[in-house]
Design a protein. Structure first.
Length: 317
């Protein structure tokens, strides 16, 4: 190999080594840049996640009535210092429902970066039950007692004389849920009677008698019926069998009829007793009575024969 070729080959090898070194340097620079970028991204990400930008700024609560917004947020451990990414929606919902039994449903939705929406639905109040000791308890639509603070009072009917009878109360609760809201708010009192029926007093003064089992079915038409009642304070609307008005006069007559019926039954019972006693005595006199009867028949027969003979004689003469 001549000298010229050697120089050319040496130059080629030198260029190759230089090119390889440049490639290695570029690769290392790229790797270093990637590492630095990744590191910076992590730093920025961590800084962002703990920055005020992801703190709760918008907190919406809707549907509350008896329970305040502050009470709901406290039950769910929600405050403006929380980071959105730390909130667990299911945990917040369960905490609120476990704290307040009045909630029928709780919906929690947190939205990145700084918003949370809480929507609640409360059980409706349907009645106030007056217990035997005089205390008043609020009844919710699920039949359970509400023991919290009543902030928004309703015109609820007062239940009286149920004597803690859960079966009777459940029947009443069921019917109250079936009542129209515009009818329910017109009821003042519901009193349990000894005959198993109910007496209802309306806010307009009307007294109503109903069956406990299904009074909602007829009472829902109260607004239509009441239009035809002029004197609501001196009449009773009877909805037990059909629908008709009772006045004080008709009520007195009904009570008198009942008394007469009872008196008649008492007399009949007394007569039955006397009859039983008489029959017992008659059993002892059966033989003599039969004998007297036979004799009386014979005498009567004889008298009849004599009368017939005398009549024939007068005829012949």
């Amino acid at each position: 190999m001549n000298e010229k070729n050697k120089k050319l080959l040496s130059k080629i090898n030198k260029d190759k080594r230089k090119s390889s070194l440049e490639k290695i340097k570029k690769k290392k620079r790229r790797e270093l840049s990637l590492i630095v970028l990744l590191f910076l991204t992590v730093i920025l990400g961590v800084g962002f996640m703990f920055s005020s930008y992801v703190k709760l700024k918008t907190i919406n609560v809707s549907g509350e009535n008896q329970i305040t917004k502050d009470e709901i947020l406290a039950a769910g451990n929600i405050n403006s210092n929380l980071k959105t990414w730390t909130i667990k929606d299911d945990e917040v919902r369960n905490n609120i429902k476990n704290k307040y039994s009045i909630f029928k449903e709780v919906i929690v939705k947190s939205t990145f970066p700084s918003k949370i929406d809480i929507k609640v639905e409360e059980y409706k109040f349907i009645a106030k039950n007056k217990k035997t000791d005089g205390q008043i308890e609020i009844i919710m639509e699920n039949g359970k007692t509400y023991n919290g603070e009543v902030r928004n009072n309703y015109n609820l009917p007062i239940l009286e004389n149920f004597k803690e009878d859960e079966d009777k109360l459940k029947e009443v609760y069921k019917n109250l849920l079936e009542l129209k809201q515009e009818v329910l708010i017109q009821i003042s009192e519901i009193i349990s009677e000894d005959d198993g029926n109910l007496t209802i007093y309306m806010n307009d003064g009307q007294k109503i008698k109903v069956s406990r089992a299904n009074f909602a079915q007829k009472l829902n038409y109260y607004d239509e019926i009441s239009k035809y009642i002029d004197d609501k304070k001196n009449t009773t609307l009877n909805l037990i069998n059909g629908a008709y008005l009772e006045t004080s006069k008709s009520e007195k007559q009904r009570i008198q009829n009942i008394k007469n019926l009872l008196a008649k039954n008492s007399v009949d019972a007394s007569n039955d007793k006397e009859k039983t006693t008489s029959e017992s005595q008659n059993k002892e006199d059966n033989s003599s009575s039969d004998k007297n009867t036979t004799q009386n028949r014979a005498i009567n027969s004889q008298n009849n024969n004599q009368t017939s003979t005398q009549a024939n004689k007068r005829k012949n003469t």
